[in-house]
Design a protein around this ligand. Structure first.
Ligand SMILES: CC(C)(COP(=O)(O)OP(=O)(O)OC[C@H]1O[C@@H](n2cnc3c(N)ncnc32)[C@H](O)[C@@H]1OP(=O)(O)O)[C@@H](O)C(=O)NCCC(=O)NCCS
Length: 371
């Protein structure tokens, strides 16, 4: 058995930013347009008007101030309301591959490695750009990595579940060096025309290098242990699937073929589930002084509750870093952005926990110790 360690991490951040004010302005223009188009039906009581969104609500309910996206022109156009991405040829790298390679290159540089040193690539994300070939295999090719690669999807928990899979393989010796990469194009599955959720997501890619601690070339975090759990729920759901053509209505732009959630229920049910999961993981390892929590980034109040429960007190500034004010919810990548940006100052011997949670429901925690 070998001791797995995280020796590098990296973040690809798209240049384009949408502030809450910009988002709300375009949403309200869309609402006015829809309401004008349907004025008669609304007046007759056959249809509800589309209500306006508000920046104050978004910030207060979620803590989000802005989001990065691959394309803001389509998202902000009231006649489009989704990203517009160029159709790529089969001989060009996919969009997910391109952003993944950027994040991987940064993670590899931090670890002092080349792509050819890697013998496992896991592309772990909430959505895949195509059914096959696996996006991970294209990333493997473009990195010049060896060995094998595969895709996995556990929605917002994809990164931690991917880290568990990679860490277990490094521990057993079946691979020597792995990279887990999370290219999340959340703008593609967000329903920008739905006021209740149009502010939630942003785009990003993160990557984490996992190898034997004895191979590490610089600073690293030992992966002490990982723990994953799932419990079925329909409160976060997307019905887009490969069987859509076979359904009687034959429609592929139904509301349920984008992200849907019952946010209130998710909040209420997931906070206790995650707090109990993290506490029992820490207890099983006999760790009572965890110094840093890198949590999934969906909602600031949610993280405040979880942080307080897990630490047994209100976390001090920096002990539970949030990045969602700048990135919004980036699905599985959120906790890894927080880890990548806010882990350098941890002292040797100090413990931290990465924890992601979301659709499934799913929760994954990774207990690390600074070497
Ligand atoms: C989504 C979320 C931010 C919404 O916050 P909330 O406080 O639950 O808000 P609600 O959806 O209950 O809406 C509260 C009110 O604000 C209104 N509202 C919703 N969106 C609005 C918007 N964009 N602008 C203005 N008002 C809005 C609602 O219509 C509702 O009005 P009502 O009280 O008159 O019915 C929050 O529930 C959340 O983050 N939940 C967890 C989600 C999560 O972790 N998901 C994982 C996904 S990976």
């Amino acid at each position: 058995m070998f001791q797995p360690a995280i020796t590098g991490s990296g973040v690809f951040t798209p240049d384009q930013v949408i502030t809450n004010d910009e988002l709300v302005e375009s949403f309200n223009a869309y609402a006015d347009k829809m309401n004008a188009q349907n004025a008669d039906a609304i007046a007759a009581g056959d249809m509800d008007p589309v209500p306006h969104s508000s920046s104050e609500f978004i910030f207060k309910a979620s803590g989000i101030e802005q989001r990065h996206v691959l394309d803001k022109s389509g998202v902000l156009d009231p006649d489009v309301m989704h990203p517009l991405l160029r159709q790529r040829g089969d001989d060009e790298p996919g969009v997910m591959t391109e952003m993944a390679v950027d994040a991987c290159t940064k993670a590899l540089t931090q670890a002092g490695l080349e792509g050819s040193d890697i013998d496992l690539v896991i592309c772990a994300a909430s959505n895949m750009e195509r059914a096959y070939p696996a996006v991970a295999i294209e990333i493997q090719q473009d990195l010049g990595a060896q060995g094998f690669a595969f895709d996995m999807n556990v929605a917002c928990s994809s990164a931690t579940f991917g880290i568990q899979a990679a860490a277990d393989m490094v521990r057993s010796g079946s691979v020597r060096r792995a990279i887990v990469v999370n290219p999340e194009i959340c703008s593609g599955h967000l329903e920008w025309r739905d006021r209740d959720c149009h502010f939630i997501f942003g785009d990003v890619a993160t990557a984490t290098v996992i190898e034997r601690s004895e191979d590490a070339k610089g600073d690293y975090f030992e992966i002490i242990s990982t723990r994953c759990a799932t419990k079925f729920s329909n409160n976060i759901r997307n019905n887009l699937g490969f069987l859509r053509r076979s359904r009687p209505d034959g429609v592929d732009d139904r509301r349920d073929m984008q992200f849907m959630q019952n946010g209130r229920k998710v909040f209420k049910e997931v906070v206790p589930m995650v707090s109990a999961h993290m506490l029992s993981h820490l207890e099983a390892e006999g760790v009572s002084d965890v110094r840093r929590l890198w949590l999934h980034q969906a909602n600031k109040s949610m993280n405040d509750f979880i942080g307080k429960k897990v630490m047994g007190r209100t976390p001090e500034t920096g002990e539970q870093p949030n990045i969602l004010q700048d990135y919004a919810n980036t699905s599985s990548a959120g906790s890894i952005i927080a880890f990548s940006k806010f882990s350098d100052d941890l002292q040797p011997g100090e413990y931290g926990m990465i924890c992601s949670f979301g659709a499934g429901y799913s929760v994954g925690s990774v207990l690390v110790r600074r070497h």
